[in-house]
Design a protein around this ligand. Structure first.
Ligand SMILES: Nc1ncnc2c1ncn2[C@@H]1O[C@H](COP(=O)(O)OP(=O)(O)OP(=O)(O)O)[C@@H](O)[C@H]1O
Ligand SMILES: [Mg+2]
Length: 218
């Protein structure tokens, strides 16, 4: 589902006189259905950068990234949007949503048009312990952990074959960490190909089928 070949990413810092910052070099990786690869390495090693290259947010300097049979590095904006909608779920560390949309709709809108959309959204919010009084409130004012759980609910309500998870449990309490760990394992057992960054060792050991070490280049 995911194939990365000889990926390199160098940032050019335009406000630093064009200084070049190499972050990824010679990264190759294959992830199949039912696998969960945990990226490990020091802060700044390029873990989030690699996930963003897989999602098509960052354009690599060289190399190839294939996700669900689409070459991400050369995909048009439209192809990229189609690929994401059909096949790729991405949980970033921070929630970005349209303002003034209630939490329940942020989640249900992901499966818009499906008759049971609202019911499925409610089930996920219950499972992730979002208090009912918050369901009709836009998540902008939610706590870090509440926002993260809305982010997770919104991604997991659709069963996508590829999941990219950037520290999905970083601001969660122990109970919710256990819940999210179970959700990740259910997705994997259902056949998802997962790449994630899990800074919590217990979570990592509970979800990862393989660990990939990343080193700092500079
Ligand atoms: N858009 C960008 N422009 C310039 N430099 C960037 C950009 N994005 C990331 N970097 C740099 O690339 C390096 C790797 O960043 P990245 O966020 O991938 O690290 P990470 O391994 O996820 O670290 P952490 O564990 O702290 O999240 C950092 O030095 C960062 O400053
Ligand atoms: Mg990171």
């Amino acid at each position: 589902m995911i194939r990365v070949r000889e990926l390199a990413k160098t940032f050019t810092l335009h406000n630093q006189g064009g200084a070049r910052l190499p972050v990824l070099q010679g990264v190759s990786l294959e992830v199949g259905p039912g696998e969960c690869v945990a990226l490990q390495g020091p802060s700044g090693a390029g873990k989030s950068t690699l996930l963003k290259c897989l999602y098509g947010n960052y354009k690599p300097t060289s190399g190839s990234v294939t996700v669900a049979e689409t070459e991400v590095t050369s995909a048009s904006d439209q192809e990229l949007l189609r690929l994401r909608a059909s096949s790729v779920g991405y949980v970033s560390q921070f929630l970005r949503v349209i303002p003034r949309v209630p939490a329940i709709d942020v989640v249900a809108d992901e499966v818009r048009g499906k008759p049971e959309a609202r019911q499925e959204a409610e089930q996920l919010l219950l499972r992730l312990r979002i208090p009912m009084r918050l369901w009709s409130v836009p998540p902008a004012t939610f706590s870090g952990g509440e926002q993260q759980r809305i982010n997770i609910a919104r991604t997991f309500i659709r069963k996508k074959p590829v999941l990219l998870l950037d520290e999905p449990t970083a601001s969660l309490d122990a109970e919710n960490r256990v819940t999210v760990t179970a959700m990740i394992n259910e997705a994997r057992e259902a056949g998802a190909a997962i790449v994630g960054i899990f800074h919590d060792q217990k979570v990592r050991e509970a979800v990862a089928t393989r660990i990939v070490e990343m080193e700092e280049l500079s």
